[in-house]
Design a protein around this ligand. Sequence first.
Ligand code: NAD
Length: 255
Amino acid sequence: MNRELNGKKALITGASTGIGAATAIAFAREGASVIINYRSSEQKAREVMKKARELGAEAYVFKADVTNEAEIADLMKFIESTFGYLDVLVNNAGGLLERREITSSDLEYWRRHIDLNLTSVYLVTKNSLPLLLRSPSKERVIVNVSSIAAFTGGGRGAFAYASAKGGVKTLTRAMAKELAQHRIRVVAVMPGLIVTPFHEKAKTGDVEGWAEKQVLLKRAGSAEEVAEVIAFLASERASYVNSTEIYVDGGWMYG
Ligand code: NAD
């Protein structure tokens, strides 16, 4: 078994389901201690914690809305009292709350998507920095979960979500520039069509049918396939990967 994250202290936002949950489990398997942040699904977060502990990891759940700076500050206080510092931050929480086209949208719709998918990355990162800077590790890492939507403009009724994810891609590069001096690598993953609760909430419809048309591998991906890449990026195996994006999309077809 690879234990390439042995001893690392990691925070994963939105980790009660989907890619975040799979990342917490992958990290635990590789020896990391994990904070499983969730907003509403306490029971699911506790199931992830249980699995992580069964793998021998130190794991805790903490409820915080990543769009609320006061709740983020409480999350950081909890991490400070539990671990004292952080080595890895995975900004994963996000989603497409409702599909609307520009013509039927309003400012509130736009703001909700920018807040959840982009402002949250800024807020959680800013508040995590004191803990990342306290890490004794020679390598600290931030992995931002963006989306292929940043590149494609998003599917039907996803203009605000796609714009926010484009912002995450740019913010990744801007953060990398500022934080390299503190030995913090910053990278983004760009998932394609991944089977998670995301698509139930976003009412994507026939995910596999869509994948058949759009993806070279002719299938949707799994949360575990994205989590593997995040675990690699967080590890010292990726020590020279910085200020860039990795697409985990099975080969998206543009032709
Ligand atoms: P998911 O819905 O299972 O995961 C999103 C998680 O974020 C959920 O656990 C949710 O409770 C949490 N969350 C939502 N709002 C929150 C808030 N305000 N505070 C804290 N947590 C909050 O879906 P997923 O596919 O695992 O999504 C994870 C990330 O991957 C998201 O950022 C999503 O945009 C991105 N992504 C997903 C796909 C896909 O096809 N599934 C594709 C590209 C990008």
